[in-house]
Each structure stands twice: as structure tokens, then as C-alpha cells.
Design a protein around this ligand. Structure first.
Ligand code: 2P0
Length: 320
């Protein structure tokens, strides 16, 4: 009746931004990401007939705010006639700040819930459930370079290259640790409703996916850098042109971008991406890690940096 699981966040290089179906949380286009290894969320789920309601403890504190989404996810895995559950979550990085904490949380949650409910579910089924709660979570079921394909009815997710095949490093520059002002779900809906660039964003997504996939399969860093930065900036342009606008960047985000540009001008293998938050993620060849980290540490407004390699998909842990 109890199971524990762990998942790592993922960083999208070709972004998910927009929903085909809000009710089922189906993405409007595909996306491609890398799963990290040194950031993690651990989830423990225990069903009990002694509990009148679900309970959530997040980083050692009771949390009712996130509980409805957690309960909805438990329902989707174990059915609405399930026993109530006690859920404990622990992460080693800030949550709700554009560091993909919902991706690792819901990926770990579906794996732990399925096991606690006595199911033997395959990874794609669990990824589809995780994705129905948080679109990016579907990708954290898988490790390495992960591609998500969207169709009218469902998503397909697979690892296109394992982490060890091309061991890139991700350096995260944290520029603000607080929660974001607008949730990504709400911002996506706003972009679709009134950004004049939304339709062209979606039209170009398949070509960007092909370009990024080929770059990964050929380990072509320059091509992956070019298409990833372009895709990121297009996504933010869609948001900036929404009404009211959604601007997740701060001045430190821009300083970090400038630092990455400077390193590129010097010939270093590094590029940036930015998600629904003010943090900048620099992706580099592993022998560039120290240089990239010290450049980002030196940017005004950077609170701290974190370094991660690429890692595995969500896994079960031995229960304590
Ligand atoms: C991504 N993001 O591909 C994009 C890029 C943020 C920017 O997926 O509404 O929390 O729960 O499906 O997964 C973050 O959004 O969105 C996200 P919902 P989610 O990583």
C-alpha cells in the first residue's frame, strides 16, 4: 500500500507552449527535452483506509494548496474509488520557479501511486497520465534526450538518445527563488487566446523538432544550439505579445544571456534556454562546465548556480 519513487526535472530545448485540449491537458505540438540527474523530487504514496481525506506534506510542511492537483493525479492513476492517501514529497531545488518542479513531482507521483495501488503499468501509460496533469511531466518518465509527439488523441514519448550517449551539462543560473507571477498553464492559455504570433509558433514547431532531433542523433552541438535558442526566443516572443503580456525574465536573466553570447563569441560550446521563469539554463559540452559556471556566477543578480548532467527517467525507490 506504500511506494516511493524519484524523478528528475527535464529542461525543454524545443518547448511545449500551448494546449490542443485544455480539459485533457493535451499539448498543441511536440517538444524535446533533456532529463537532469542531480536535481530530484522524491515522492512517497501510502494508501490507507484510516484516512478520511488525502494528505500532502511538501518538504516537511503540510501543504493544502497543491493537494487538489495531487489528488486529481491519484484519481487518474488509481481511480476515484481508491482509498485516501498520505503523500510526502521532498525536492532538492526550489519549486514553482521555472525549474520544472511539477515535471519531476508528477512523474515521481504517478510511478509511486501506480506501485502503491498494486498495478504493473508500462512507462508510456504512466507518462500519459503524468502529462494529463502537467504536460512537461510526461517527459520526466524517460531519461536522456526525450521527444514528445502530440496527436489529436494522445501523446507519445520516447528516449531518442540515452544520457550517456552525449553527456552534456546543464548549468542553471537561479536569478530569483520565489514563485512565478503567472502559472505556465494560465500563460499558455493567454498566449493561445490573443498572441498574434501563436499560430506561426505552432506551425514552425514540427520543423524545429526535426532539426533538434537530427542534431541530437548526429551530436551536432552547433545545430542543437541554434535551433534551441531560436525556439526559446520564439516561445518568449509569443508570451511577450500576449495581452496582458507575460514576461518571466528579469535583468539578471538578460545579463546571463549576454554572458552566454560572450562565451559563444570566444568559440565555446554553450547555448541558453529559458522557461516559464527568470532562471537561465546554459547547456554546454561537459569540458566547458567550469568556465560556464563561473561566467554565470559573475553575472549581476545571479543568486546561485547549479550544475547537472543528464540522467535517468523516473524510478521506484526502496520504501523506507
Ligand atoms: C516546457 N514549460 O516544455 C515548457 C517550456 C515551460 C516553458 O512545460 O499546464 O507545468 O501543467 O501542462 O508542464 C511548464 O508547464 O504545464 C512547461 P501544464 P507545465 O518545459
Amino acid at each position: 500500500m506504500r511506494a516511493d519513487a524519484q524523478a528528475q526535472p527535464n529542461i525543454a530545448l524545443i518547448k511545449y507552449w500551448g494546449k490542443r485540449d485544455i480539459e485533457q491537458n493535451l499539448p498543441a505540438a511536440g517538444s524535446l527535452s533533456v532529463t537532469l540527474d542531480s536535481l530530484w523530487t522524491k515522492m512517497s504514496v501510502e494508501f490507507s483506509d484510516a484516512l478520511p481525506v488525502d494528505q500532502l506534506v511538501l518538504n516537511a510542511a503540510a501543504n493544502d494548496e497543491m493537494l487538489p492537483r495531487i489528488s486529481a493525479c491519484l484519481d487518474r492513476v488509481a481511480g476515484t474509488d481508491r482509498l485516501r492517501a498520505s503523500v510526502e514529497s521532498e525536492s532538492n531545488f526550489p519549486i514553482a520557479a521555472g525549474l520544472a518542479s511539477s515535471a519531476s513531482a508528477f512523474a515521481a507521483l504517478v510511478v509511486a501511486t501506480s506501485k502503491a495501488a498494486g498495478q504493473e503499468s508500462d512507462t508510456l501509460s504512466l507518462a500519459r497520465i503524468a502529462g494529463s496533469v502537467s504536460g512537461s511531466a510526461a517527459r520526466s518518465l524517460y531519461g536522456g534526450f526525450v521527444e514528445l509527439q502530440a496527436s489529436d488523441a494522445n501523446i507519445d514519448v520516447e528516449t531518442i538518445a540515452e544520457a550517456g550517449v552525449w553527456p552534456l551539462t546543464v548549468v542553471i543560473a537561479v536569478t530569483e527563488e520565489g514563485a512565478k507571477p503567472v502559472s505556465s498553464g494560465e500563460a499558455m492559455i493567454r498566449s493561445a487566446a490573443n498572441s498574434p504570433f501563436y499560430s506561426s509558433w505552432l506551425e514552425q514547431q514540427p520543423a524545429d523538432l526535426v532539426s533538434a532531433r537530427n542534431a541530437v542523433l548526429r551530436k551536432d552541438f552547433a545545430q542543437l544550439a541554434a535551433v534551441s535558442e531560436h525556439n526559446c526566443l520564439k516561445m518568449h516572443s509569443v508570451m511577450w505579445a500576449s495581452r496582458p503580456p507575460v514576461v518571466y525574465w528579469n535583468s539578471a536573466t538578460l545579463s546571463c544571456m549576454e554572458a552566454v553570447r560572450h562565451l559563444q563569441d570566444e568559440g565555446h560550446a554553450v547555448f541558453f534556454t529559458i522557461d516559464a521563469g527568470p532562471q537561465l539554463k546554459a547547456i554546454c559540452l561537459s569540458d566547458e562546465t567550469d568556465l560556464v559556471r563561473s561566467a554565470l556566477d559573475g553575472c549581476a543578480g545571479v543568486v546561485r548556480t547549479m550544475v547537472s548532467g543528464l540522467g535517468a527517467g523516473a524510478t521506484l525507490l526502496d520504501s523506507k
